[in-house]
Design a protein around this ligand. Structure first.
Ligand code: FEO
Length: 394
């Protein structure tokens, strides 16, 4: 059990070995943590649990550190199984224990466990006194689930923010001032890009709403990764920036290829971009990690995506990537699509159609070239790179 403030203790699980999350959807190169908290005030409160594969060791620890019989109530900020997974094991020992959650939380917990436990629904502004602290609840609907909420302790000045402000990052320390800052922010922005980007408009509004509450915050403790205790507002400021048409000063070119003709086109687009002073990152999607690619695309100010045509469409990795860009609502970025073909050549048009439908902006007609690109075809790619640079503001 790790003390994080006068009355709050971290009692979660460090998962050094996690490499994939959300099934096999999200890569987690630096593992993760499932942050469960104990508040020891006049009342003893458990906030969130851990992912169910860790139930046995977690229950043993809670039993040892606080005693499940000594818990007065549980707060479930969000019942995705990585936080609510061990709830059933606790409730089997204490079936009468009050559970505080949002209205959607009650529905989701019932849908997971099919039990009619002692639910106490709370909404934004509700407070409970537990001794020295008042607990103030703040709903975070769709950030990132319908049930999500946060809880603030006014005496300790701690915000238990659940998934918001988290990172899939298992480190030697649980505090932001004791870990590598570059690693921490790489994991924080990857988490935002892959999990929270679809909800950016909601996040921008919610940050305004939270700031207007004028909470005096000394610690932000999310449910994954390290706890922000040195300048905790920096992660709120980062979220404000990431949720507001965020871009960094580089372009990304992603391609897939069978015999390198599409790679030659990608290199020509790169030449056009660089001729206008744009920095470029170039990735082959078939050998790249999808979650890392999405993070790079989230950060990029311009995008070029290419594939040769196979069976009237793009190669699998590019079909999947364009689907993910659309699903993550990475709107507003200028792009070009391109690719080599043998006899039909639909891939660049399909890529463009998917991205336009998703709200990205084409700056050039889809470029296709038959088999090995000619000098003229490569010159067209260079011109498309220049157009992309100009659209990106160079
Ligand atoms: Fe970390 Fe939405 O669960």
């Amino acid at each position: 059990m790790l003390k994080i403030s006068k009355h709050v203790y971290w009692d979660g699980i460090r998962d050094w070995d996690l490499r994939l999350f959300h099934g096999h959807e999200l890569s987690t190169h630096r593992g993760s943590t499932y942050n469960s908290f104990i508040i020891k005030d006049e009342k003893t409160v458990l906030v969130d649990t851990v992912w169910f594969p860790h139930t046995n060791s977690y229950i043993d620890r809670i039993e040892h550190d606080v005693g499940i019989d000594n818990i007065d109530f549980i707060i479930i900020n969000h019942n995705e199984p990585d936080h609510g997974g061990a709830l059933k094991a606790i409730m089997e020992k204490r079936p009468e224990l009050p559970i505080y959650c949002s209205a959607n939380g009650e529905k989701i917990i019932k849908a997971h466990f099919h039990k009619d436990w002692n639910f106490n629904v709370v909404k934004t502004g509700d407070t409970i006194n537990i001794g020295r602290n008042n607990l103030k609840f703040i709903e975070m609907k769709m950030i990132h689930w319908p049930d999500s909420m946060m809880v603030y302790l006014d005496n300790d000045k701690v915000l238990l923010s659940n998934d918001a402000f988290g990172q899939h990052y298992c480190a030697m320390s649980m505090f932001n001032d004791e870990v590598d800052r570059d690693e921490l922010f790489q994991e924080a922005i990857k988490y935002y890009a892959n999990i929270l980007t679809p909800f950016s408009p909601l996040i921008a509004r919610k940050i305004d709403e939270v700031l207007k509450l004028n909470l005096d915050i000394e610690i932000i403790a999310p449910s994954h990764g390290v706890i922000w205790r040195e300048n905790p507002l920096q992660i709120i400021e980062a979220y404000a920036s990431w949720s507001d048409n965020y871009k960094e000063d580089f372009a990304v070119i992603v391609y897939d290829t069978m015999y390198e003709a599409t790679l030659r086109m990608a290199e020509a687009i790169e030449k056009g971009l660089r001729s206008k002073g744009v920095k470029v990152k170039l990735y082959n999607s078939s050998v790249s990690d999808m979650s890392d690619l999405l993070t790079e695309i989230f950060k990029a100010k311009a995008l070029a995506i290419g594939s040769c045509t196979v069976n009237n469409n793009a190669l699998t990795s590019i079909v999947a990537l364009t689907h993910e860009i659309a699903a993550h609502k990475m709107k507003g970025k200028p792009f070009v699509s391109f690719g080599s073909y043998g006899w039909s050549g639909e891939a660049p048009a399909h890529i463009s159609e998917t991205l336009v439908k998703a709200g990205l902006t084409p700056v050039h007609e889809p470029i296709k070239t038959s088999y090995t690109p000619t000098e003229e075809a490569l010159e067209e790619c260079v011109r498309a790179g220049v157009a992309l640079a100009e659209a990106a503001g160079e």
